[in-house]
Design a protein around this ligand. Structure first.
Ligand code: PLP
Length: 405
């Protein structure tokens, strides 16, 4: 053991140091090396057997465990205050792996209508094939959610804030309902990040991240991670180990490097997003702004109760609908027009083309996603520059509506 064991530290310190202290694999390197090796060799047959059986620490084969990947898992585990964590090739692999690992035919899942587009597809198209019932409830309707949970279910699946309309669900309240019927509570914490929200301390059993987004933060690596009790994570890990959606060591390295600035990025994004949401809110060409930090957001109070920051993502709709969006989006200087979020650069795009492209127009309407919506993921640029950029792009719309008059 070369690395010194460090104390837990506050969350920002954990973002920097967490998980990096433990492995004797890495000798004196101050940064975690990328171990590309598929397998790990043993001369001593007894030691090999012990490691293979999990009786001794070590690695056998990288589909199961890998030193670089393990450090990534350990860092996220620390940030989420969990007993254990396991990782996946993508966020969707983490979500589907968790669901398929824990559910059996005849089980019932209660969830919300506003889950991420891919998650929604698993609920609507894949789980029913395996005779697992899924009831998707209006996201804002806590009373109906409680009533549906009370009827009995094996798993409650939540996401908050939601993608793309930033609805907020009360994790504590719904977890209590789930506990009464013995259901496992799973929360997708991608939008909030561990800097802004800790689902496990609010009663959830498992917390999932698309590490592709804020955790990595640089839009250059895909990954997913699940944190929770040793018991549950063991089941999820076993499913992934066999099914094979393993996180690549190079991606794990990029995610680890990104996470060292997680707290700095997210704090900046929280601040910028709130300022920008307030600016858009008062703009005459903006029809509606969805951001939990706004005091008139339907669930602002729940957000204040369970989050320490409101996150870097918002959405808004323009007067003039899809035509206005067509004109507006290309005018932005500081935004990738792309299907992603949570990066250091600002990213803007319509959910009908990005997160919810797999859904039919009908399904989007049912989920309350207007066709003329823009999702705006605030990067770490200076707030003033982003405000100016938005203002300028909105001014070209003003000119256009004058011409039309
Ligand atoms: C992007 C995203 C996912 C899926 O993650 P991938 O890494 O793209 O598979 C899941 N949940 C939320 C909230 C997301 O934003």
């Amino acid at each position: 053991m070369i690395r010194k064991k460090q104390g837990k530290g506050s969350i920002g310190t954990q973002s920097v140091w967490g998980g990096e202290e433990q492995s004797s694999f890495f000798q004196r390197s101050t940064q975690i090396p990328v171990v590309h090796s598929v397998s790990f060799g043993y001369e001593d047959m007894d030691e090999w057997q012990e490691v293979a059986l999990g009786q001794k620490e070590g690695h056998i084969y990288s589909r199961n465990t890998n030193p670089t990947v393990q450090v990534f898992e350990e860092k996220v585990r620390g940030l989420e205050n969990a007993e254990a964590a396991t990782s996946f090739a993508t966020g969707m692999a983490a979500i589907s792996g968790t669901l398929f690992a824990l559910l059996s035919p005849g089980d019932r899942v209660v969830s919300i209508k506003d889950t991420y587009g891919g998650t929604n597809q698993i609920f609507r198209r894949f789980l029913p094939k395996f005779h697992i019932d899924v009831d998707l409830i209006d996201t804002h309707d806590h009373k109906t959610l409680e009533a549906e949970i009370e009827k009995g279910c094996q798993l409650l699946y939540l996401e908050t804030p939601t993608n793309p309309t930033l609805k907020v669900v009360d994790i504590d309240r719904l977890s209590q309902a789930a506990k009464k019927v013995g259901a496992i509570v799973v929360v997708d914490n991608t939008f909030a990040t561990p800097i802004n929200q800790h689902p496990l301390t609010l009663g959830a059993d498992l917390v999932i991240h698309s590490a592709t987004k804020f955790l990595g933060g640089h839009a250059d690596a895909l990954g997913g991670v699940v944190c929770g009790s040793k018991d549950l994570i063991e089941k999820v890990y076993h499913f992934r180990e066999i099914n094979g959606a393993t996180l690549d060591p190079m991606a794990a390295y990029l995610l680890l490097r990104g996470m060292k600035t997680l707290h700095l990025r997210v704090r900046q994004q929280n601040q910028s997003a709130l300022t920008i949401a307030r600016f858009l809110k008062q703009h005459p060409l903006v029809e509606a702004v969805y951001y939990p930090g706004l005091t008139d957001h339907t669930h602002h109070e729940i957000a204040v109760k369970q989050m320490s920051g409101f996150g870097g993502v918002m959405s808004f709709s323009l007067r003039g609908g899809i035509d206005a969006i067509r004109q507006f989006l290309p005018k932005l200087t500081y935004a990738h027009r792309a299907a992603n979020l949570g990066a250091v650069e600002t990213i803007a795009g319509p959910p009908r083309t990005t997160s919810h492209v797999e859904c039919t127009e009908e399904e989007r309407r049912e989920m309350g996603i207007p066709e003329g919506l823009i999702r705006y993921s605030v990067g770490i640029e200076e707030t003033e520059d982003l405000l100016e950029d938005l203002d300028m792009a909105l001014k070209t719309l003003e000119k256009r509506s004058e011409k039309l008059r």
